[in-house]
Design a protein around this ligand. Structure first.
Ligand code: PLP
Length: 834
């Protein structure tokens, strides 16, 4: 029976209970929360309490719009978009909320009146680290754009109790500590104990024939877990839309059963409860790597099951008849952020066939019309391939459904391609081998009506290589949606000085429509403007240099070129190429300390997965090189190496405004898109980059002259590997490169252990140099020299910087989202009135 949307007339007065943006009202509300929500007085209130209270004030301002938004969607029966993601790396909320609600000024004033500084108070917000890197941050940028564009939509994910680990550097090594982000409470979330769903695991499938002679399946003897909803409001930019990000937390179901704790065995009852609740305990810290752990599979299904139950509950409020399911996809679009939630395809089939009693074909039509899949990587080690034995144990009915999908699909493939065995083997959802596995990407392609890549190059590779057989079968399914970033966070909020200069020159429409930045183009010829532009960058660099002095105890030359690589540490991203280049610069300076060289501060930031040996050794190498370089008197202030701990959204926000040079140097064909590249360009850094991912599109937008491209193309890289790549030849023929590698190999940077970095050099010279570092080195070094030449001419550099910013409008996630809306979701904006 469908739930009724009943109104309580006596509560109509709630509509008169609203909130004022006057300074005095904000101050009163702040003090009220201090006293009555936190129970603090003038003796006990801390700055963290102040952060919390001002967040409650901001949240109060969100609530009317939030309730109104949800009510309007219900009344209009709007088509909803559901963005399913295992990660949402949203970053801090306070600053973003104040900007989007346009109450930054009165709030700052109200705080000032009580003796607090808003900028200082903002730093007390703990960065929710519910993601690893680009994929999670993309989901967060999308939510901001969806809200700003008034698209009826929801983010769904997991409320991990522990987010991505905290990274400390000790003695040059990465040390991981748990991120207990909820320790001091989270003022942004609202628990919804009324939205509880049971999620089943394990058990077995019971088959029977019903009275009408139909074969039916029932999933029985399951272990049940309860999913509890936690909601976080997502405000649009200066509109009345406030969307909902709903994250699920796992609770023991037995706790809800009378008597569970009353049968004498209290201890094992508690153990059982703890075991269940581990499902939402911790985020897996892997980026672009598939591990295959049972708990991870349970996380994926846990959040998918709760989410689909919630979506269907909401759908049934407006469409209570069973026959209404025929129009399900007119009202529901579900976007899968990578294959992590792809089990949803089997789950919707299970619900429609087993519970709603639809025939297979009907259920399949509804399912494929509902789902859309975004692929994020072509690297084989990142593709999810669950073993059949694990799926059989944890989700027995889903495995049966996957087999049924596969058998019908392969029958169709066989007919279409005349039984072509290669095609059947490549396209099958089941990978044969010692251990049978289910290919989740294949399931996602077969079960969706749209498959998109995240940059032009990446989509071409999907269509021409990885999924070429699927593309031959369904060419219209494949499409590109080049990633984007939200300018609200990645310029307006993180770089107030540059934002102010831009707004005073061309107005502030760019915050809503980033293509407005094109109006900066003529100013690239205006020397007075360029002067101001340089001053802004310089003052941003000065602030960062002060941080380095305080936190890293390194003095940095503010006039040096700030050369930056911030991203997860990964061999394919080639931080190693960068640090080897640093070693060559160091050697040149040592040979000739009087050399006239453009001073550089090479800055790294990024986490390595705790189980990724090579990535962690690269971090140690960077820090070891830093030790040598930074304290060598011959080097003076010409070269510095800095590794910034614990890269996160809030650290990114403090680093990006100071960047001169953006290092985007992955092996061509490996980085699906990148979004860090876009953030740098938007903050006026020039890029040194390979022709990979969205770098290619950035180069196209900003112009070849304003972008330092180097290295092999993806096709050249591919054919070099296929024609017998010999990394040693590059080493033998390049004395500068040889010297640097020999130093690393022989322990020059690790006097305490001469063998420490041998595995790194070994991977290049003896293990095949999978990411073609040595093949690209000469080109990289030459291009870095060009970078230095241009930097010497500050007028030219800042002109190019302005042109980079001016032509970055395409990379707004607003543009990306509008493309999804039009090409994939067929959704419509719904304007929310006050
Ligand atoms: C943008 C962002 C990333 C992604 O960076 P790439 O250079 O695209 O890999 C990762 N982590 C954080 C915290 C980010 O803000």
């Amino acid at each position: 029976m469908a739930e009724k949307h009943k109104k309580n007339d006596k509560l109509d007065i709630l509509n008169e209970c609203t909130i004022s943006t006057e300074v005095d009202a904000i101050m009163t509300s702040f003090l009220h929360h201090m006293k009555y929500t936190l129970g603090k007085d003038e003796y006990t209130a801390t700055k963290r309490d102040c952060y919390k209270c001002i967040s409650y004030v901001a949240r109060d301002h969100l609530i009317d719009k939030w309730l109104n938004t949800q009510q309007t969607y219900y009344e209009k029966d709007a088509k909803r978009v559901y963005y399913l993601s295992l990660e949402f790396l949203i970053g801090r909320s306070l600053g973003n909320t104040l900007v989007n609600l346009d109450i930054e000024e009165p709030v700052a004033e109200a705080l000032a009146k009580t003796g607090y500084d808003l900028e200082e108070i903002k730093k007390y917000e703990w960065d929710p680290g519910l993601g690893n890197g680009g994929l999670g941050r993309l989901a967060a940028c999308f939510l901001d754009s969806l809200a700003s564009l008034e698209i009826p939509s929801y983010g769904y994910g997991i409320r991990y109790e522990y987010g991505i680990f905290f990274q400390r550097i000790r003695n040059g090594y990465q040390l991981e500590t748990p991120d207990n982000w909820l320790r001091y409470g989270n003022p942004w979330e609202i628990e919804r104990p009324e939205y509880l769903y049971i999620v089943k695991f394990y058990g077995n499938v019971k088959q029977y024939t019903n009275g009408a002679g139909t074969l039916r399946h029932e999933w029985v003897n399951t272990q049940d877990v309860v999913a509890v909803a936690y909601d976080t409001p997502i405000p649009g930019y200066k509109n009345n839309t406030v969307l909902n990000m709903r994250l699920w937390s796992a609770k023991s179901s037995r706790e809800f059963e009378l008597g569970y704790f009353q049968h004498g065995d209290y201890e094992s009852a508690v153990a059982d409860k703890v075991q269940t609740e581990t499902i939402s305990k911790v985020l897996y810290p892997n980026d672009n790597i598939f591990e295959g752990k049972e708990l991870r599979l349970k996380q994926e299904y846990f959040f998918v099951s709760a989410t689909l139950q919630d979506i269907i509950r909401r759908y049934k409020k407006n469409h209570p008849e069973r026959a209404d399911f025929n129009n399900f996809s007119d009202k529901v679009a579900i976007q899968l952020n990578d294959t992590h939630p792809a089990i949803a395809i089997a789950e919707l089939m299970r619900i429609l066939v087993d519970e709603e009693c639809f025939g297979w074909e009907k259920a399949w039509d509804i399912t494929t019309a509902t789902f859309c899949y975004t692929n994020h990587t072509i690297m084989p080690e990142a593709l999810e391939r669950w073993t059949v034995s694990l799926l059989e144990r944890v989700l027995p009915r889903h495995l049966e459904i996957i087999y049924e999908i596969n058998s019908r699909f392969l029958k169709m493939v066989g007919e279409r391609f005349n039984g072509d065995v290669n095609k059947l083997r490549n396209m099958s959802l089941v990978e044969e081998g010692d251990e049978k596995r289910i290919r989740m990407a294949n399931l996602a392609i077969v079960g969706s009506h749209s498959v998109n890549g995240v940059s032009a190059l990446h989509t071409e590779i999907l269509k021409d290589s990885l999924f070429s057989d699927f593309n031959a079968l369904w060419p219209k399914k494949f499409n590109n949606k080049t990633n984007g970033i939200t300018q609200r966070r990645w310029l307006r909020l993180c770089n107030p000085a540059l934002s102010a200069l831009i707004s005073e020159s061309i107005g502030e429409k760019w915050v809503r429509d980033l293509t407005e930045l094109k109006k900066l183009i003529p100013l690239a010829e205006d020397s007075a403007f360029l002067e101001k532009w340089r001053e802004v960058k310089w003052s941003n660099k000065l602030s960062l240099a002060k941080c380095f002095e305080d936190h890293n105890r390194v003095n940095v030359n503010v006039d040096s070129l700030f050369d930056c690589q911030f991203k997860r540490i990964h061999e394919y991203k080639r931080q190693l190429l960068n640090i080897i280049h640093v070693v060559t610069l160091y050697n040149r300076l040592k040979e000739n300390p009087a050399m006239d060289m453009v001073p550089r501060s090479v800055i790294f930031a990024g986490k390595a997965a705790p189980g990724y040996f090579m990535a962690k050794l690269i971090i140690k190498l960077i820090n070891s090189v830093a030790q040598k370089v930074n304290f060598d008197p011959d080097i003076k202030d010409k070269l510095r190496v800095i590794f910034v701990e614990n890269y996160s959204v809030s650290i990114a926000e403090t680093l990006l405004p100071a960047a001169d040079l953006s290092e985007q140097i992955s092996t061509a064909g490996t980085e699906a898109s990148g979004t860090g590249n876009m953030k740098f360009a938007l903050n006026g850094a020039l890029t040194i980059g390979t022709l990979d991912g969205a770098n290619i599109e950035i180069q196209k937008e900003v112009g070849k002259n304003n972008f330092f491209a180097f290295g092999l193309t993806d096709k050249q890289a591919e054919s070099l590997k296929n024609s017998g790549y010999n990394p040693r030849a590059y080493y033998d023929n390049n004395p500068v490169l040889k010297q640097a590698l020999d130093m690393i190999d022989s322990g020059y940077f690790s006097p305490e252990n001469h063998d420490l970095f041998k595995p790194i050099v070994d991977s290049l010279l003896n293990q095949g140099d999978r990411f073609l570092l040595l093949a690209d080195f000469a080109s990289y070094e030459k291009t870095q020299q060009q970078v230095s030449e241009v930097y010497k001419n500050q007028a030219l550099w800042s002109k190019r910087s302005v042109l980079n910013v001016a032509n970055t409008g395409f990379f707004s996630s607003d543009r990306t989202i509008m493309e999804y809306v039009k090409d994939i979701w067929d959704a419509k904006a719904v304007h929310i009135k006050i």
